[in-house]
Design a protein around this ligand. Structure first.
Ligand code: PEP
Length: 248
């Protein structure tokens, strides 16, 4: 039985004061939450979040990391550094990293491998753009993104990973994939993994991300292959984030 995972992706938002208010409210509302919960925060706030969440039911992580272990990579942050701040998760391959910072499937696969080598759980983001959906190549795109990781790390690596299906056209747009649209891609992903290893496929947590809100979470999370959510905008409002967590 898979336990749902709801993870907030704060993106480049937050201040010390706002974070404290948000996390205080989230912690106060956790009593009724059955899902696993995490927040993925900007690097400068990892120490704050670690101090605030240590020993609580809310885990934390980062939104990106370097594929390199150490060295002359100005501005980069390694997996070992994330470990120093108690991170459990790190998002790799978010569509904003792929589109704005040119991260290729190969680079994402390297980051995924480096995260796991350091004991972090990568949340691997995959998803098609609107034009790719309109061309009816969603499965090819998502399949290619996953194949890059499988080629480098193997199917067994998915025992310690999460996949987030995030249609790019739904991220930050207010347009959510319908439960049927999302379920179809989730089933495709699980079927692809099942063809390689049924046990891994059955235990793999596959989150949906893309304008998931308090009002649509329950219907999405009721789908058989949707095991949680990766939440952007709604993760910045405690009541909204908690409502999604409780729907899971
Ligand atoms: C995201 O950034 O991963 C995301 C899903 O954003 P939003 O919920 O705002 O669409």
């Amino acid at each position: 039985m898979r336990r749902k995972l709801v993870a907030g992706n704060w993106k480049m938002h937050g201040t010390l004061t706002d974070n404290d208010v948000l996390l205080t409210a989230v912690l106060a509302g956790m009593a009724d939450v059955k899902a696993q919960v995490a927040v993925c925060v900007p690097f400068p706030y990892l120490a704050q979040v670690q101090a605030k969440l240590a020993g609580s039911a809310v885990a934390w992580g980062a939104q990106n990391m370097s594929q390199h272990a150490k060295g002359a990579y100005t501005g980069e942050v390694s997996a070992a550094m994330l470990n120093d701040f108690g991170c459990r998760y790190v998002i790799v391959g978010h569509s904003e990293r792929r589109a704005i910072y040119g991260e290729t499937d190969a680079v994402v696969a390297e980051k995924y491998a480096a995260a796991q080598a350091a004991g972090l759980i990568p949340i691997l983001c995959v998803g098609e753009t609107l034009s790719e959906r309109e061309e009816c190549i969603t499965e090819q795109v998502v399949g290619r993104q996953i194949d890059a990781v499988l080629a480098k790390s193997g199917v067994a690596s998915l025992a310690k990973a999460v996949i987030a299906y995030e249609p790019v056209w739904a991220i930050g747009t207010g347009v959510t994939a319908s439960p049927d649209q999302a379920q179809a891609v989730h089933a495709f992903i699980r079927g692809k993994i099942r063809a390689l290893d049924a046990g891994i496929a059955d235990s793999l947590v596959i989150q949906y991300g893309g304008s998931m809100k308090a009002g649509n979470a329950a219907e999405l999370l009721a789908q058989p292959d949707i095991d949680g959510g990766l939440i952007g905008g709604a993760a910045l409002v405690a009541d909204d984030f908690l409502a999604i967590c409780k729907a899971g």
